[in-house]
Unconditional design. Structure first.
Length: 281
């Protein structure tokens, strides 16, 4: 079958559109994760999705609402935990004991549910792999919701966001409500990671969220330009990975990841060349 024939299938075309939009938007909260040292949040969300998926299989319901519900609870605990976005902390989750506690407790509860409810472990773990071609209406509406929230927040409070990402202490002394924006950032980052797991899988979420953000931070001369480069690189990698996955007949998650890795390698080489030119001048 040729490419046009394959794209005539609605589920495949819809998956490609959602993947491309994810590549454009999801690297933006990835900037939040990297700049504010929120990497542990990714693992908390992964374990929360595992617990939610185990509960959903036990109850015989759609895993997405329960996975998002569990992760919403976990994000709420992280936000409300004393000192999480404290005045003296530039790294909200760095060295925090609560992230370790939540990761261990959620995975323990997940396997407890799997054992006591006789839920097949392979079915629960399969939820972490995701499938961009098997999305229902709830998945699509959830996707549109998180994309809309990220876009609305970035456009509505872009100056405050830039100030918080540049330096929290300076932003606070300038009148920016750093605690409020810190909570929103953690909330959006958490749900973006959760939905990325649904589309690409927990193990490959970095391909859409973190690697493009890392490219943006590496090449951007300012936080604003980092956002633009991250969005562009994420969109290009998602589109190329989607097309390569179809043409070569490999999992789209693998092809998107490989394309992102190639772009990251090119950005690394470009950065080295730019540094050499600066030194020679």
């Amino acid at each position: 079958m040729n490419l046009l024939s394959i794209l005539s299938y609605p589920s495949i075309l819809l998956g490609g559109i959602i993947l491309f939009v994810s590549g454009l938007v999801f690297p933006l909260p990835g900037i939040f994760i990297l700049r504010l040292h929120l990497i542990p949040l990714r693992f908390v969300m992964m374990h929360g999705a595992l617990l939610g998926g185990a509960l959903a299989l036990w109850m015989g319901t759609n895993p997405l609402p329960l996975a998002l519900g569990v992760n919403f609870l976990l994000v709420g605990i992280l936000i409300l935990w004393g000192g999480l976005m404290g005045q003296n902390s530039s790294s909200p989750l760095e060295g925090s004991k609560v992230t370790t506690f939540l990761m261990v407790s959620t995975v323990a509860l997940a396997f407890l549910v799997i054992y006591k409810a006789n839920v097949p472990a392979k079915d629960t773990l399969a939820l972490l792999w995701g499938s961009i071609y098997a999305l229902d209406s709830l998945d699509v509406w959830s996707f549109l919701g998180i994309v809309g929230c990220n876009t609305f927040y970035l456009l509505g409070w872009h100056r405050e966001i830039l100030a918080v990402l540049y330096d929290r202490e300076i932003a606070q002394t300038s009148g920016v409500r750093t605690s409020f924006h810190g909570a929103i950032i953690v909330l959006l980052a958490g749900f973006t990671v959760s939905l990325s797991m649904r589309f690409l899988g927990a193990l490959l979420v970095d391909a859409v969220v973190l690697l493009p953000a890392l490219i943006g931070l590496s090449l951007g001369r300012s936080v604003r330009s980092s956002f633009r480069i991250a969005s562009l690189s994420g969109g290009v990698a998602a589109l190329l990975g989607y097309l390569v996955g179809i043409l070569v007949d490999i999992p789209v998650s693998s092809s998107v990841t490989l394309c992102t890795v190639v772009l990251f390698g090119l950005s690394f080489g470009f950065r080295k060349i730019r540094a050499i030119r600066r030194n020679s001048e």
